[in-house]
Design a binder for this molecule. Structure first.
Ligand code: HEM
Length: 309
C-alpha cells in the first residue's frame, strides 16, 4: 500500500515556526479530533499561497500517544526524551505532547496556520514553547557558520528519516528531536575566527571541512560524524533555524533533527554532552545552552487523517 508521508524532507525554508504544545487531561478526544483536521487546515492556508511552499509537520510525544491511542500501539522507538547529563553540560528533557513544525517562504502563512491551530487548541491544550525562526545570510546560524551543509539529500535523506519494514504499522513515519539553544554571543565573539573554526571543525567564510589531522577531537562535527558497526555513516536530517531578539540578547539556534531511528540522534547527543571518549564533550556547548529537549513521532498523513493504531 502506498503511504502518504508528512513532508519532513524540504529545502531550507526562509521562515519557520516551532510550537511545542501540551494537551490537558480529559481533552484526549478533542485532541485526537484536531489531529485529523490538520492536513485540511494546512490546505486551507497553503492553497492560497501556492508559490510559498507552506509545510506543516506534526509530531506526537510518547505520553500523549499512550493517552490517545493506547500504550500497546506505540511506534517501535517512541519514548520520552531522556535528559543527558555530562560532567559540564546537560541536555534537559522538557514537556511536550505535540510538535508543530511550520516552514514557508514567508512568515505570514506560517503565522496564519499557527493562529488557526492555536484557536482550535482552546480548551484542549497550551502552547508551552513557541519559536519563530528566520533564515540568516548564506544559511548561516547566529554563530556565523553555514549550518546544514552535510545534510543527506535525495535517496539518502529518505533513508535517513523514513521508518520502514522494521515497524510496518508505522512505515512512512519519522522521529524528531527538538532542542532550543541560546548562544552566549559575548563569549563567542571574544574568540578569534581561527578558534571558532576549531569549535565547529569547518572554515567560517567558505564552509570547508578541516582535515582530519587538524580537526580537534571536541569539534562539533568530529563528535557528530558517527558510524554503525559496519562502518556506514549514520545520518539524520537537520533543519535548524536561528531565532532571537536584540533587546534582551536572547538569541540562538532551534535544533530540529529528523531520523528513522531517534537512537541515532540520541547517540550524537551523548557524544556532544558526555563526550566521545567521555569528557571530550562538544566545545559548541561552552557557547550554546540547551533550554528544552523533546522527542516526537511524526506519523504518515494517512495515519493523521484516519488513525488506525
Ligand atoms: C553539522 C551547527 C546542534 C548534529 C553542523 C555544522 C554547523 C552546526 C555549523 C556544520 C555544517 C553542516 O554540515 O551542517 C549547530 C548548532 C547547533 C547544533 C549552532 C546548536 C547550538 C546539533 C545537534 C546535533 C547536531 C544537537 C545532533 C543531535 C550535526 C550533524 C552535523 C552537524 C550530524 C553534520 C556532521 C557532518 O556530517 O559533517 N552543525 N549544530 N548539531 N551537526 Fe550541528
Amino acid at each position: 500500500m502506498h503511504v502518504v508521508t508528512q513532508q519532513v524532507i524540504a529545502p531550507p525554508a526562509r521562515a519557520g515556526m516551532f510550537l511545542v504544545i501540551t494537551v490537558d487531561e480529559g481533552a484526549e478526544d478533542a485532541a485526537a479530533a484536531l489531529l485529523t483536521e490538520i492536513s485540511g487546515l494546512t490546505r486551507s492556508v497553503a492553497f492560497r499561497v501556492p508559490d510559498d511552499g507552506l509545510n506543516c509537520v506534526i509530531g506526537i510525544g510518547a505520553h500523549l500517544w499512550d493517552r490517545l491511542y493506547g500504550e500497546d500501539t506505540r511506534p517501535l522507538h517512541l519514548h520520552p526524551f531522556q535528559e543527558i547529563r555530562g560532567a559540564k553540560h546537560t541536555a534537559p528533557a522538557t514537556e511536550g505532547d505535540l510538535l508543530v513544525h511550520l516552514r514557508c517562504r514567508e512568515m505570514g502563512p506560517c503565522f496564519e496556520l499557527a493562529r488557526i491551530i492555536a484557536r482550535r487548541l482552546v480548551g484542549i491544550g497550551q502552547v508551552v514553547d513557541e519559536v519563530h525562526g528566520f533564515k540568516f545570510f548564506d544559511e548561516r546560524d547566529l554563530l556565523g557558520f553555514v549550518d546544514g551543509t552535510e545534510n543527506p539529500e535525495g535517496d539518502a535523506a529518505v533513508a535517513a528519516v523514513t521508518v520502514g519494514e522494521e515497524d510496518p504499522a508505522y512505515a512512512g513515519g519519522s522521529y524528531v528531536i527538538v532542542q532550543k539553544y541560546l548562544h552566549d554571543m559575548t563569549s563567542w565573539d571574544a574568540l578569534s575566527v581561527e578558534e571558532q573554526e576549531r569549535v565547529i571543525g569547518r572554515s567560517k567564510l567558505d564552509d570547508i571541512e578541516m582535515a582530519d589531522d587538524v580537526k580537534p577531537a571536541n569539534a562539533h562535527i568530529t563528535l557528530n560524524v558517527i558510524e554503525d558497526d559496519e562502518g556506514n555513516q549514520l545520518q539524520i536530517l537537520r533543519d535548524n533555524m536561528p531565532f532571537g531578539e536584540v533587546g534582551d540578547g536572547t538569541s540562538g539556534t532551534y535544533f530540529i533533527g529528523y531520523a528513522a531511528d531517534p537512537g541515532v540522534t540520541e547517540r550524537m547527543l551523548r557524544n556532544m554532552f558526555i563526550g566521545d571518549p567521555p569528557g571530550t564533550y562538544d566545545r559548541i556547548l561552552d557557547f550554546s545552552v540547551a533550554h528544552t529537549g523533546a522527542l516526537f513521532f511524526t506519523p504518515s498523513i494517512d495515519f493523521l487523517d484516519d488513525p488506525h493504531p
